[in-house]
Design a protein around this ligand. Structure first.
Ligand SMILES: Cc1ncc(COP(=O)(O)O)c(C=O)c1O
Length: 361
């Protein structure tokens, strides 16, 4: 069976070196050889975050979000989160499960965040923890984190879901004033599903010492202690994924760097922006992300049907989510994107649109 090329907003295509690392014989997670991998990974991780404290967890991105909330928030906190799409909803869901005091700031899908409205929400709710997405994957939007940081109360902890942002372009936690930033392996890092990374400031680390939420598996300070004391993870871990992570981090360190990733993602984005001008599709987001582009289909056109047709042609793109399920296509271009393949995908897409009878709702 031919496997469709991935242009979804995650998982993303894997490079040959990553595939080779994944196919290598597994190291034991308590072996000296694996400790060396862990040590090198931790040396290089600041490249992604511009911050010194990180833990790598065996989980999907959502596990990273949960770990961030339960390790850095406390029951006395009030959490405010931005709900600007499918993933923004998740902060509220997590707070509910853990019984945290919480309000959402709802922002229309695909629109810029209205800073004036957010500011008045902040003064009404006085949050001590503020959570949002750097890139809202359901709408292909990227938010201005520096501007948002400016209107947060000084003592408020700023937690950012960077699952489709970290690795796609430089995102310095120090410059943006982010306290906790979460990455997921299957997105801009160009790895399979299975690792999340939580990076945090010294201020967040201090706050974690007094956090009183229940946790067992996701204990970030315990994880940090084990890494520092024995270069070892708390639990068993998928060692091949770590080896693959090291491959990608070494590439970033030696030859490419995040500014090159940004350049490549911009080129991909421009190809799509130019393509869309000749179609009846519209760019969905007012603040388009560099990781993926969401396009709004003309009325009567089913994006689920487009997705199914393209899979048969060998390309996997994302359709919409929530109430935009059958209205959006989302093309991921955040990791190892091949521009020639993207051009082929766009011309196939054009052909599919010309045969519009078969993709009508
Ligand atoms: C912004 C964002 N947050 C959270 C998630 C959830 O990650 P996972 O599916 O790896 O748990 C995703 C996945 O698409 C995402 O794009």
């Amino acid at each position: 069976m031919d496997i469709p090329k991935l242009f979804s907003p995650g998982p993303t295509p894997l490079s040959r070196d990553v595939l080779a690392a994944l196919a290598s014989p597994p190291l034991h997670h308590r072996s000296e050889a694996f400790s060396q991998v862990v040590s090198k990974v931790y040396d290089l991780l600041p490249l992604l975050f511009d911050e010194e404290n990180q833990v790598v967890l065996s989980s999907t991105g959502t596990g990273g979000l949960e770990a961030a909330l339960i390790n850095f928030a406390s029951y006395k906190d009030h959490v405010l989160s931005v709900n600007a799409g499918k993933f923004g909803e998740r902060w509220g869901d997590l707070c509910k499960v853990y019984g945290l005091s919480h309000n959402s700031f709802t922002s229309p899908w695909g629109k810029k965040i209205n800073l004036q409205n957010l500011k008045s929400h902040i003064s009404t709710h006085e949050p001590s923890v503020f959570c949002m997405q750097a890139c809202e994957t359901s709408t292909g939007s990227s938010f201005d984190l520096k501007q948002i940081k400016k209107i947060l109360p000084k003592n408020c902890l700023f937690i950012v879901d960077g699952i489709t942002a970290v690795g796609a372009y430089p995102l310095s936690m120090k410059e943006a004033g982010i306290d906790v930033l979460i990455a997921g392996s299957q997105k801009a890092l160009g790895l399979p599903v299975g690792l999340s990374i939580v990076a945090f400031s010294d201020r967040a680390k201090e706050k974690a010492k007094t956090s009183d939420l229940p946790r067992f598996y996701f204990d970030i300070l315990k994880e940090l202690k084990n890494i520092k004391n024995s270069t070892s993870t708390t639990w068993s871990t998928p060692t091949q994924l770590w080896q693959a992570l090291l491959v990608e981090l070494e590439k970033l360190n030696h030859n490419t760097g995040l500014s090159d990733k940004l350049k490549l993602n911009k080129e991909a984005q421009n190809l799509i922006f130019n393509w869309v001008k000749d179609t009846d599709f519209e760019l969905f987001s007012e603040c388009p992300s560099l990781s993926l582009t969401a396009l709004l289909a003309p009325p009567n056109i089913s994006t689920k049907k487009i997705q199914t047709k393209l899979i048969k042609e060998g390309y996997f793109i994302g359709a919409g989510q929530g109430s935009f399920k059958d209205k959006l296509i989302r093309i991921g271009h955040m990791a190892n994107v091949d521009l020639d393949d993207l051009k082929k995908l766009l011309s196939l897409l054009k052909k599919t649109l010309e045969e519009s009878e078969s993709i009508r709702i």
